[in-house]
Ligand binder design. Sequence first.
Ligand code: ADP
Ligand code: MG
Length: 397
Amino acid sequence: MELKELIKKIEDIDEYAREFLKNFEIKKEGNFFVFVAPDEEYKSWLHTIVENFLDEEYRKAVRIENKKERKKEEIKDFLNPRYTFDNFIVGKGNRFAYEVVKEALENLGYLYNPVFIYGSVGTGKTHLLQAIGNEAKKRGYRVIYSSANDFADEMVNYMKEGRINEFRNRYKSVDLLLLDDVQFLSGKERTQLEFFHIFNTLYILEKQIILASDRHPQKLNGVSDRLVSRFEGGILVEIELDTETKLKIIREKLKEFGLEPKSEVVKYLLENTKNVREIEGRIKLIKLKGLSAVPERKEEKSKVDKIIEFVANYYALKTEELLSDKRSKRISEAKHVAMYLCRKVCWASLIEIARAFRRKDHTTVIHAIRKVEERKKKDRKFRHLLAFLEKQAMEKL
Ligand code: ADP
Ligand code: MG
């Protein structure tokens, strides 16, 4: 589509258009023709024409801005050009996420909406969000990247200054909204409400929304049901680091840092890292100090083990005692409470819990959790104790 053609169309609709358009700054940004109006009056004039008289094809390619707003809008989008699709290493565990995000870019707003990516820390979620953000920006789309925490802080700041409408408008005017670390929405009710409205507006306008979280939407404690159901309404994509991909990433990253992928280095990295962030960190250390100077990773305790230890501590038991087959009242109660918390706080699977408690199968776990639930209903003191332990455990993990 040519700009000339477009202007001709506008002139066909309003015979004074040529005169008016002289006051606009007109330029091409990626796929868009941007008309920067000198003021609100000119802006709404053009807006009326575009919205009411132009064909869809033209309408979609036109963006009208007000010079004054544009100045204000040149705020940071928080995109970091370091993250691209090209430097994202693709393997089994992240291929699906990679492909969905690339397809979303080609069909922005109407193929998969929203895209919800979840997976543990350091698996490349932020990298993918930033990659699509950078690419979309290059193509002229309006993009904002934000983490849920920053989003919340920003909202509060705007509110304090009495400029909440500006905040809303800024988010509601994007073509692509990237919200990272969605788990941090947890417990922030006001932020959730604000985001809910922004989400709905963008969704109705067929603007693309991509979210990333360290857990499945169903496991987002403290996030309202209606938001969770929105998150699940598009496409859910899990991202993980399988060994094969990990190996590929280790080799590539070594090259990137100018190191030989010697087998001992590769083996060391494979055994001493859990995610890509750690791989990068270790490689930097190796580059600096040499392999022999870099210590082995201390095996970190699993969350379930941490809960067991925490509960044992509270009941003044040794971990071994809590896990033993002894059936004193205190030990049984501690055991049941610990199983309950493993489920409630870290969302461990029944099998995982059974294993940690050295059980052959998970029926004991189900039984224990049920017992706790029942007692919770009847026993007010116990209910308070659970709430207290739950809160403490959350903070510890
Ligand atoms: P997450 O957001 O899932 O916690 P990040 O996207 O921040 O993880 O990734 C951590 C680091 O690892 C970043 O520097 C990122 O560029 C890098 N990284 C992650 N996955 C890949 C990948 N598949 N290929 C290349 N680099 C990756
Ligand atoms: Mg991240």
